[in-house]
Design a protein around this ligand. Structure first.
Ligand code: GRF
Length: 217
């Protein structure tokens, strides 16, 4: 018998974004009636750390509440202490997240490394947090992962790459993976070809990752 999950069972999910938001869109679409996340997840808020992120427009179009919190003001306030600025930003971000009472936080193209000031309050509240990263576990941690994988392939250092969705911990891109997808690379690939192939797979992986994470929480 197929079990139909009702909207009321959908776990409140908050998405952190910084840019285009194509992965946010994949989640929004998957939460719609008939989608793979329908009855599992409901996006209740989108938070961006960049005020011009196109992801905010996507959220608004889908009727989802948005917030913007940028590091800039914190850096101006603590211009002589970047670490303090980041910690204060992270603590305020955690408060903002917790106000919405999510069950899961998804970093989908979120370009800011979260410190203990953000992660500890979430853990204390029992809120899970996952991240999408365009590389396999232990390979190309941090920024520019696709470009670095492309360069490594072109110079014969790797034969293929991949993507993952993983739990967020203090070790950047090193939390336990929930799911990994292999990505084939071809010598004829331009960087744009590789990016396009990776993004298409990311849109599936993030949806599967949300579902797996919610099953585990
Ligand atoms: C994705 O490639 C993600 O893996 C990386 O940033 C990109 C975000 O894309 N961290 P989008 O904003 O979801 O379109």
């Amino acid at each position: 018998m197929t079990q139909v999950r009702s909207e009321a069972n959908a776990a409140p999910t908050l998405v952190l974004v910084s840019g285009n938001g194509s992965n946010l869109q994949a989640i929004i679409d998957a939460c719609a009636t008939g989608g793979p996340l329908a009855g599992h997840a409901k996006v209740i808020r989108v938070i961006s750390n960049r005020k011009n992120a196109f992801a905010l427009e996507r959220a608004t179009k889908a009727g989802i509440d948005t917030s913007v919190i940028t590091l800039k003001g914190y850096k101006l306030k603590h211009f002589d202490d970047v670490q303090r600025a980041r910690e204060e930003f992270d603590a305020d971000l955690a408060s903002l997240i917790l106000q919405s009472q999510p069950k899961l936080v998804v970093c989908a193209g979120w370009m800011h490394i979260l410190s203990a000031a953000a992660l500890e309050p979430l853990a204390a509240a029992g809120v899970g947090i996952i991240n999408l990263h365009p590389a396999l576990p232990g390979q190309f941690d941090g920024a520019r992962a696709i470009e670095r994988a492309y360069e490594a392939f072109q110079s014969g250092k790797i034969v293929s790459t991949g993507i993952m969705v993983h739990w967020v911990t203090l070790k950047v891109d090193r939390g336990d993976p929930l799911i990994t997808y292999p990505i084939t690379m071809y010598k004829s690939d331009s960087i744009e070809d590789l990016e396009t192939r990776i993004h298409a797979e990311e849109h599936k992986a993030i949806v599967e990752g949300v579902k797996l994470a919610l099953d585990k929480i």
